[in-house]
Design a protein around this ligand. Structure first.
Ligand code: MV4
Length: 497
């Protein structure tokens, strides 16, 4: 096992990786930008190095700085987390060239799956069902001819895209030429690669992904599926494991298919094979993510496998601790991504100091958070600040626990999407597990603008509470339960004005 690991990330995932290292007796090196000087991952790591000003391009994306700190600190390995450089083959190569171990797959696998056309071709060769479409990227003339074969509606995709970037739907053949040009222009601008390809649009599908783990000795296993269809503009908001749509037979077929792709590319470490599943239960390969995913905890909760520890074990040359027959799904897990965004103002990012933070806990509740009271939420980074995961024996219990947890969660000083999640958990279609990738689009009442209730009293209470704490005066406002109530403090203070 490694002696020391550099975690090339920030926020909740950096904390998550540091925790796994600590449980394995591995020393940890954190890196931070000037905006993250007081961040939780800096506090929890054994060592921490400033790598520059807040903008990611000057800090968390600077391969040279990360490699320099890895060498100076004497780290043996680098864990990239997710986002930033987690799927950057150049970074993975640079880590290896510096004589360290990259905790993830080989650079070749990262590059292959990062090219969505090459990934599709590889999947086809491995016998993995792909959405009917063009076999490779073609010229506009060839694409227009191919579209007639595929049949409309069509999804135009960028080879260097992924995660929904550079995708566009075309329903009318007359719109295709312009759509191809726009897609190429966008792809060239965003990825420096204007190759595009076509697929038949699968409508009303569900985004269901299979978690895989593979060691360097040919042992590859699937850890069940995750349902990730609750997305807004290709940002996942809530995920669950298992999927309410998948039965044991479909799970087996999707898992075997995912493992066929894993074996075809000699994949090692943790990965996720994404599928689109249509209402007739046909599934099609979408993409393969060559990193640890945000939503990995729901799989951990139902399988009992610590995926981050297995990543570190595999990268250090150990064998997987599990065989496929050891994997049993127990219960149900549901994760809500907590973001500093205003769900009543088009999910506009919210910044500011967290003046009050009370995290939920209790039976079956897990919080993965990168923030604390007094933390300054900025616009420099992704708005996701934490995840709440609830486990239950049944989907109903997991849902009720998640609802309870979100009622307990108090975050003041910034706006969060918690009110959105609470409305989602009250939606009858969601409660019934009846939803697909179009769910949010088809349920506008979950997103429509309303003023945030109790926004003003909450702000008063938070300010007073902070003021109160500074004064260290104990103002006890006996409530029925004898507990000081924020509202009573606010009311009393108002009365004293
Ligand atoms: C599709 C699709 C329907 N038909 N491809 C989204 C991101 C990437 N993982 C691939 N994605 C999709 N590809 C075809 N041919 C539907 C999705 C999709 C999606 C599309 C629009 C809005 C939300 C979505 C959520 C998950 C998947």
């Amino acid at each position: 096992m490694f002696r020391k690991v550099l975690v090339a990330n920030r926020g909740e995932i950096a904390v998550r990786v540091i925790r796994a290292c600590q449980e394995l007796g591995v020393q940890t090196v954190a890196v931070y930008s000037e905006a993250d000087r007081k961040a939780l991952h800096v506090r929890y790591a054994d060592e921490a190095y400033c790598i520059g000003p807040p903008p990611p391009n000057d800090s968390y994306l600077r391969i040279d700085k990360l490699i320099d700190v890895a060498i100076r600190s004497g780290a043996d390995a680098v864990h990239p987390g997710y986002g930033f450089l987690a799927e950057n083959a150049t970074f993975a190569r640079a880590v290896a060239e510096a004589g360290l171990t990259f905790v993830g797959p080989a650079p070749e696998a990262i590059a292959l799956m990062g090219d969505k056309v090459a990934a599709r071709e590889t999947a086809m060769r491995a016998g993995v069902p792909v959405v009917p479409g063009t076999p490779r990227s073609l010229s506009d003339e060839e694409l227009i001819a191919a579209a007639e074969e595929i049949g409309y509606p069509i999804m135009v995709k960028a080879a260097a895209g992924g995660g929904g970037k550079g995708m566009r739907v075309v329903r009318d053949p007359a719109d295709l030429p312009a759509a191809l040009q726009a897609a190429r222009r966008e792809a060239k601008g965003a990825f420096g690669d204007d190759r595009i390809y076509l697929e038949k649009l699968i409508e009303g599908g569900r985004h269901i992904e299979i978690q895989v783990l593979a060691d360097e000795y040919g042992n590859a296993i699937a850890l069940g599926e995750r349902e990730c269809s609750i997305q807004r503009r290709h940002q996942k908001l809530l995920e669950e494991a298992p999927s309410p749509f998948v039965d044991e037979e479909l799970r087996q077929r999707m898992s075997e298919t995912a493992l066929a792709l894993v074996r075809a590319v000699d994949y090692t470490n943790a990965g996720t094979v994404e599928f689109l599943v249509d209402k007739d239960r046909h599934f099609y390969f979408l993409e393969m993510n060559t990193r640890l995913q945000v939503e990995h905890p729901v799989t951990e909760m139902v399988t009992g496998v610590d995926i981050v520890k297995e990543q570190l074990r595999i990268a250090s040359g150990r064998r997987l601790r599990y065989r496929q027959e050891d994997i049993r799904l127990k219960g149900w897990a549901m994760e809500a991504r907590i973001t500093a965004e205003d769900p009543y103002n088009n999910f506009l990012p919210s910044t500011g100091t967290i003046t009050l933070l009370q995290e939920p806990t209790g039976p079956g509740v897990r919080v993965e958070s990168g923030v604390f009271e007094g933390f300054e939420v900025s616009l420099f980074y992704d708005p996701m600040i934490a995840k709440v995961i609830a486990w239950g024996e049944t989907r109903g219990e997991a849902l009720l626990r998640l609802r309870r947890a979100l009622q307990e969660y108090r975050i003041l000083g910034i706006k969060t999407n918690i009110p959105f999640h609470r409305r989602l958990l009250d939606n009858t279609n969601f409660i019934g597990g009846v939803y697909d990738t179009g769910f949010l689009e088809n349920t506008p009442e979950l997103l429509e603008g309303t003023t945030q209730r109790n926004a003003v009293p909450a702000a008063i209470a938070a300010t007073l509470l902070m003021h109160q704490r500074r004064q260290k005066a104990l103002v006890f406002v006996g409530g029925a339960g004898g507990r000081p109530s924020m509202w009573k403090i606010a009311a009393r203070r108002e009365a004293l004005r």
